[in-house]
Design a protein around this ligand. Structure first.
Ligand code: AMP
Length: 421
């Protein structure tokens, strides 16, 4: 029976048969981030709408058409977070994290919300992993942040991905580039999609990012930011590339990367998997040296990235790479008779207290049904306890894979299990 209610469009359940995959991605990400000296930050899933409007930017698709906004009972305007950086920066400023232990290297995991047309790899509630670094504006930091993303994908065993980097300049040089873009696109204005006509006025770089084929065709001959970088930005970009080379991280320079959000400066980068179809961006990020100040903090440079778990899982599955392992009980008990059942109930609790996962099926009475349940559980060991075992105070541990058996006394069963597992 389907029931009365349906899940909202663009969202999905992570079912128990699949949740180990998500846990694997999360655990791997946490381990890599912690290794690079990052600590987790958890922020609410809703914030004042104005925070996103200000930081993500008025001209971005997110603010223009994708935010889930609501007004609370007191008339305050909130939005479900469409991305993680704005909230982390809000918290960084509000809690003065710059002066706190580990306050400059932060990672997060969690759901984000965007009202967009759902398709493969694009959801309305999706889950991101991300980092933000407020250490310094040294180009080494850019390379190290990229290295963290690269290490994460490597650790997962993903083969099929590429790294593209670009520099989108600073305030000092971006204005000239914007003007060059306006001059370039203006004669073709009528042929641009309506979004791009708007972008051309608000943030011309975003036209380069448009996915509409006719806009892409026009943009193919547009000027490249790399020709407009001032010396500082150009030196910075060169240095980032040198550091990446030192770390043996392969990359290509793609002057078309601008990133969809307004707050970036200097380095921008994306990890892409070209097997994914239209939604091929695995993870993207960049430097945002003005954002902290923009939302009321002391001038502080920053850089970070965010990636989606859904596309990552799709990519790993497409490559038949490991997506984690399902957990299974270490021991499954099969009981015959009341006495054995009571003994098992007491042993189970001792094992679980000792951190050993153990199970049995209280509703199934026949030996056959319980054996079937033991098989289905994928347990490492099974133990059959019946009248004989109760009378002699012994138990036999059977390795479910190899069939090997091991005798022990009931009194020593828990200790043996602790030693074995
Ligand atoms: P963005 O914040 O747009 O730069 O996105 C960063 C990453 O989040 C992308 O590279 C995707 O992996 C993922 N992502 C963004 N939007 C969605 C979405 N609607 N559904 C699934 N993943 C997304």
């Amino acid at each position: 029976m389907a029931g009365k209610y349906k899940i909202p469009r663009g969202t999905y359940d992570i079912l128990p048969s699949e949740s180990y995959k998500r846990q694997y991605l999360e655990q791997t990400f946490r381990a890599v981030a912690e290794n690079f000296g990052y600590r987790e930050i958890v922020t609410p899933i809703f914030e004042q709408s104005a925070l996103f409007e200000r930081s993500v930017g008025d001209s971005s698709d997110i603010v223009q058409k994708e935010m889930y906004k609501f007004t609370d009972r007191k008339g305050r305007e909130f939005a479900l977070r469409p991305e993680g950086t704005a909230a982390v920066v809000r918290s960084f400023v509000e809690n003065n994290l710059a002066n706190q232990e580990n306050g400059n290297r932060l990672y997060y995991l969690g759901p984000m919300f965007r009202y967009d047309r759902p398709q493969k790899g694009r959801h309305r509630q999706f889950y991101q992993y991300g980092i933000e670094n407020f250490d310094s504006d040294h180009p080494y930091i850019d390379a190290e942040v990229i290295a963290l993303g690269y290490t994460f994908l490597q650790k997962l065993g993903l083969q099929n991905f590429i790294l593209e980097i670009n520099s989108i300049g600073s305030r000092n040089c971006a204005a000239d580039f914007d003007q060059a873009l306006i001059d370039f696109f203006d004669p073709h204005k009528d042929l641009l999609c309506s979004d791009c006509q708007h972008r051309l006025e608000k943030n011309p770089k975003r036209v380069l990012d448009c996915k509409v084929p006719s806009c892409q065709e026009i943009a193919a001959d547009a000027p490249s930011m790399l020709n407009y970088l001032d010396k500082e930005c150009s030196d910075h970009f060169q240095a980032v590339q040198e550091y990446l080379n030192l770390m043996d991280i392969p990359f290509t320079v793609n002057p078309r990367i601008v990133r969809g959000l307004d707050y970036y400066s200097k380095t921008a980068f994306e990890f892409l998997n070209n097997n994914l179809g239209a939604q091929n961006a695995l993870c993207g990020g960049g430097r945002y040296d003005y954002l902290v100040e923009e939302i009321g903090g002391k001038p502080t440079t920053g850089i970070g990235f965010a990636g989606g778990f859904e596309r990552l899982q799709l990519s790993l599955e497409a490559e038949n790479a490991c997506t984690g392992t399902k957990s299974a009980p270490a021991i499954f008990f099969v009981t015959m008779g009341d006495r054995a059942e009571k003994t098992v109930i007491s042993i189970l609790q001792k094992l679980r207290l000792a951190g050993i996962s153990a199970g049995f099926d209280i509703d199934k009475k026949s030996l056959k049904a319980q054996m079937k349940a033991a098989d289905k559980s994928n347990a490492q060991y099974s133990v059959v306890l019946g009248d004989d075992e109760m009378a002699t105070g012994t138990a036999t541990l059977r390795n479910m894979k190899s069939g090997e058996q091991q005798q022990t006394t009931l009194a020593e069963l828990v200790t043996l299990c602790k030693n074995l597992l």
